[in-house]
Design a protein around this ligand. Structure first.
Ligand SMILES: [Zn+2]
Length: 280
């Protein structure tokens, strides 16, 4: 393919960060530290391997996703508990925070709300950073494993992809048909999953998660939340998903009340301030 004479010069233009985070309201980590200084556990849900389960978390509570028994990744969906049209916005979270998230970063909700749904308050895998392959943990790159892509690439009918697990769990939790639940399933936070893009071909890759039993990712609920977590059939995602061949383990969701008095003066974030007139 022919190149323009200034091709090298065009490639040499330095990148600029799309969304400079110095104008993003900074989370008050001292506040979250006070909240988690005296947590009281008030509930837990065990997510069986290759299944999903829901949990309701009130604004101001803390929830924690913990690896138990063995290395396992989880696919997380979040909704506003009282309005399922407000849901986790993986793409904008990625644009604001990068491809992977950790302590002090937030999970943002869909338009027109675009507000923090949850703030990450602890991450025992925060030490991992970015490895030599460009991989890191807790990604907002991937969508979720699903039976449609599996059918496209491999044929067949597999029913325990995260998409189906989340669909079943949401339907069961809300008492609605699966066909009604499915459109609510959205792109996930891949908890504990280690992923990246290959530098040479730009392809999405996964590798064995560094998670070990006892590791956790912890969140402060900024609004009332319905969470749904799937224990991915990929297990630690070291080889394949969309089948029952990988070793899989449960995941634990724990819900905590904040330290007494720690929410004084705090209020749940309002929806985004744009007036929605779109210039009309
Ligand atoms: Zn999955």
């Amino acid at each position: 393919m022919t190149q323009p004479p200034d091709a090298d010069a065009r490639r040499a233009v330095a990148p600029v960060i799309c969304y400079p985070t110095d104008t993003l309201p900074a989370p008050d980590m001292a506040f979250y530290g006070a909240v988690r200084a005296g947590l009281t556990k008030v509930g837990e849900v065990t997510v069986p391997a290759r299944e999903a389960r829901c949990a309701e978390i009130r604004a101001g509570q803390v929830f924690r996703i913990t690896s138990v028994e063995g290395p396992q990744v989880g696919d997380l969906n979040l909704w506003n508990l009282s309005d399922l049209s407000e849901r986790f916005f993986s793409g904008k979270t990625r644009a604001l925070h990068g491809t992977h998230v950790t302590t002090g970063e937030r999970l943002w909700s869909s338009f027109p709300h675009l507000r923090p749904m949850a703030t990450i308050t602890a991450d025992t895998l925060g030490w991992y950073g970015i490895d030599g392959f460009g991989g890191s943990v807790h990604d907002v790159i991937g969508t979720r494993c699903d039976p449609y892509t599996h059918n496209l690439l491999s044929g067949g009918q597999y029913h325990h992809c995260c998409h189906s697990n989340l669909t079943r769990a949401l339907a069961d939790h809300l008492g609605i048909p699966r066909a009604e639940a499915e459109p609510h399933i959205h792109d996930v936070l891949n908890v504990f999953m280690c992923t990246g893009f290959t530098r040479d071909t730009g392809q999405y890759f996964m590798k064995a998660s560094p998670v070990r039993p006892g590791d956790y990712l912890e969140f402060f609920a900024e609004i009332d939340l319905l969470a749904c977590l799937s224990a991915c059939p990929g297990g630690d995602c070291s080889s394949e998903h969309s089948s029952d061949t990988a070793a899989c383990h449960p995941l634990l969701i724990e819900v905590f009340d904040p330290a007494p008095g720690s929410l004084d003066g705090w209020s749940s974030p309002p929806p985004n301030g744009y007036d929605r007139s779109h210039g009309a």
